[in-house]
Design a protein around this ligand. Structure first.
Ligand SMILES: Nc1nc2c(ncn2[C@@H]2O[C@H](COP(=O)(O)OP(=O)(O)OP(=O)(O)O)[C@@H](O)[C@H]2O)c(=O)[nH]1
Ligand SMILES: [Mg+2]
Ligand SMILES: [Zn+2]
Length: 350
């Protein structure tokens, strides 16, 4: 391995400034460790796909579909499930294959969420389709659905909304869910009600997943991993019970992981979060998730209209005329307010 030259004071200052800039921009920090495999023990660079990233390692799928556990070069500042990479395999004569990730190719999309420790966390990259999974238990929440719609719209993707555990809904809940889904459908979001437990509706998902890179996102405990196990019987991903104490999911899936359909198509299981924060986005990015507001905002009397009680607000007028439902209007304001609160005290519940 090449000997490291001592850095000059100027170089150290520049490195520190770059780190600071990265932190301020919210980009993930560089990993501390590089690789323990010597350079001359590595083969030629080849293309690969990140199946999963955990700590200082990543599982890379090679062009033959085999998975190799790799170290990550210090120069690779961010590596997530879905990344296309250049990597080199260790030449050692051992039955355990290992390698090193050298570089990440440019991403065509990335799903992000803010993280208290890392600034902005990238959940996965190079995604074609987003499935927002929610469920009757722990709770059906249209505000959480709205949050994921905002994140998907920010990636330029129209998400599909899936409601699981539908067998648990009583008549009143079912009516409420159907009403909400009818509105989302009117906005152009495909919707699906399913039950993994009773294997209802899950077969309707399969044709949508062919030859696409899809991701399942949603709160912990809604059944993302259960659904994946049903769609890909060989997947055998871990599933966890809802906590009896808190009534919430227990973060069973801890890292995003990509699975492959035998007939083509990829599916990413992502870890659920308790609250899908959006404080890394601007109010303009939030309103892009309220697609029915967009044609109205240019008609508001004031350019800096907050669309609340402002005089001449076209959004409020649409609400009062019954063109926009109360829940969308309320969710929009709750999300904007929570972003402001979170920015000031930086609390984020995982
Ligand atoms: N009643 C009912 N329970 C279900 C259904 N689907 C999943 N579950 C249960 O919901 C719990 C949580 O399922 P998971 O698949 O681990 O949920 P997850 O969304 O992957 O959760 P995280 O990995 O923590 O994000 C488990 O106890 C499942 O058995 C369903 O259709 N009906
Ligand atoms: Mg899971
Ligand atoms: Zn307005």
């Amino acid at each position: 391995m090449a000997k490291r030259k001592k850095l000059s004071k100027g170089q150290i200052r520049r490195i520190q400034q770059n780190r600071q800039r990265k932190l301020e921009r919210g980009v993930e920090q560089e990993p501390e460790a590089g690789s323990s495999i010597d350079d001359d023990m590595l083969g030629a660079e080849q293309h690969g796909l990140v199946i999963s990233r955990f700590g200082q390692h990543a599982d890379i799928e090679d062009s033959d579909g085999l998975v190799v556990r790799c170290d990550i070069r210090r120069t690779v500042s961010s590596l997530v499930c879905g990344d296309q990479v250049l990597w080199r395999e260790a030449k050692q004569e051992s039955d355990k294959r290992r390698g090193v990730v050298e570089a990440v190719q440019e991403r065509h999309s990335q799903l992000t969420r803010p993280d208290y420790y890392d600034g902005v966390k990238i959940v996965a990259s190079n995604i074609d389709q987003v499935f927002v999974v929610s469920s009757v238990l722990p709770d059906f929440s249209d505000q959480i659905i709205d949050r994921y719609i905002i994140a998907a719209e920010d990636m330029g993707i129209t998400p599909t909304l899936v409601v699981n555990k539908i067998e648990l809904a009583d008549e009143r809940q079912r009516q409420h869910i159907d009403e909400r889904l009818a509105y989302y459908q009117k906005l152009g979001y495909p919707t699906l009600t399913i039950s993994c437990k009773q294997q209802l509706g899950t077969d309707q998902l399969l044709p949508k997943l062919n030859n696409q890179v899809s991701i399942f996102v949603g709160q912990s405990g809604v059944g993302k991993s259960s659904l994946i196990n049903q769609l890909i019987p060989d997947a055998a991903v871990d599933v966890g019970d809802i906590s009896e104490n808190s009534g919430l999911g227990q973060h069973t899936t801890t890292a995003s992981r990509m699975l492959t359909f035998p007939g083509g198509g990829r599916l990413i299981d992502s870890p659920g979060v308790r609250e899908f924060g959006l404080w890394h986005l601007t109010p303009e990015q939030v309103i892009n998730g309220y697609i029915e507001f967009l044609p109205l905002i240019s008609q508001c009397k004031f350019r800096d209209c907050k669309h609340q009680n402002d005089p001449g607000c076209a959004v409020r007028a649409a609400l009062e005329a019954g063109d926009i439902p109360q829940f969308r209007f309320d969710n929009y304001h709750k999300i904007i307010n929570s972003m402001e609160e979170n920015r000031s005290n930086r609390t984020f519940v995982r």
